[in-house]
Design a binder for this molecule. Structure first.
Ligand code: NDP
Length: 241
């Protein structure tokens, strides 16, 4: 039977590449987004993948969104928690709002969406939860105490949930991308971008498709023994043992 996948933030950037790669691999895919209607409409027109608008940081809207997706295309087998934002500032200048917005979108979302699909996955004895963290959650980044904390929090969540579900056919993994060529990264100045690229041993940004390929592997039956892990896709910029 065709498996069903949800990709949060699946209409742009890395998420769009993940949505398309899962479609290509034979999944029924639902992509979520938050506010960029134009991008969502263009994405759906180009790919045929339906886009669902809701705030992944809000539990009740996620519940309604997951219920709608389930009614439209079936129970969820694969959840990719990809939606994320940055609100950068040094801590001595960071506002409580900048902290909360990042926690809401980047970390609360992982609880919300996972909580809403985990019971069904356990009952059906199959599931794949793939959480998109970041190199900056592994090594920390100046101006990103909020983002680094949220992305490191995802890694702890991933390990704990993997253990909880280990006997239920549900795997839970994290991917920690390095700097990937998306609008989020292109938003920095050309000088800063060049400094970033200089620090990457491969001397280039990653491609969204290179993260998507890892997702497709982790979603597959072949990845059944890989769980609780963090997979880096970062051009050797940060190597952890
Ligand atoms: P983009 O900014 O290109 O896309 C973000 C996506 O998330 C959009 O679809 C956006 O919707 C959606 N989104 C944002 N806020 C919400 C929300 N509250 N509810 C639902 N959807 C939301 O991001 P990237 O593709 O660059 O990044 C994707 C993920 O990868 C993020 O988690 C990011 O932290 C992580 N990452 C990215 C790296 C990079 O180099 N780009 C490096 C490491 C990690 P809309 O279009 O409506 O705004």
């Amino acid at each position: 039977m065709t498996r069903v996948a949800i990709v949060t933030g699946g209409t742009r950037g890395i998420g769009a590449a993940i949505s398309e790669a899962l479609l290509e691999a034979g999944y029924k895919v639902a992509a979520t987004y938050h506010g960029n209607e134009k991008a969502a409409q263009e994405f759906t027109k180009k790919t045929g993948i339906a886009a669902y608008k809701f705030d992944v940081g809000d539990y009740d809207t996620c519940a309604a969104g997951v219920a709608k997706i389930t009614a439209d295309i079936g129970a969820v087998d694969v959840l990719v928690n990809n939606a994320g934002i940055t609100r950068d500032a040094f801590l001595h200048k960071m506002t409580p709002q900048q902290w909360r917005e990042v926690m809401h979108c980047d970390l609360d979302s992982v609880f919300n969406m996972s909580r809403l699909v985990i019971e069904g996955m356990r009952e059906r004895c199959f599931g794949r939860i793939i959480n998109i963290s970041s190199i900056n959650g592994q090594e920390g980044q100046v101006g990103q105490t909020n983002y680094s904390a949220a992305k490191a929090g995802i890694l702890g969540f991933t390990r704990a949930l993997a253990k909880e579900c280990a006997t239920k056919g549900v795997t839970v993994n994290a991917i920690a991308p390095g700097y990937i060529d998306t609008e989020m990264v292109r938003a920095v100045s050309p000088e800063v971008l060049q400094k970033i690229i200089d620090k990457i041993p491969l001397k280039r940004l990653g491609k969204p498709e290179e993260v998507a390929a890892m997702v497709v592997f982790l979603a597959s039956n072949q990845a059944a023994f890989a769980t609780g892990a963090t997979f880096t896709v970062n051009g050797a910029q940060y190597i952890s043992s």
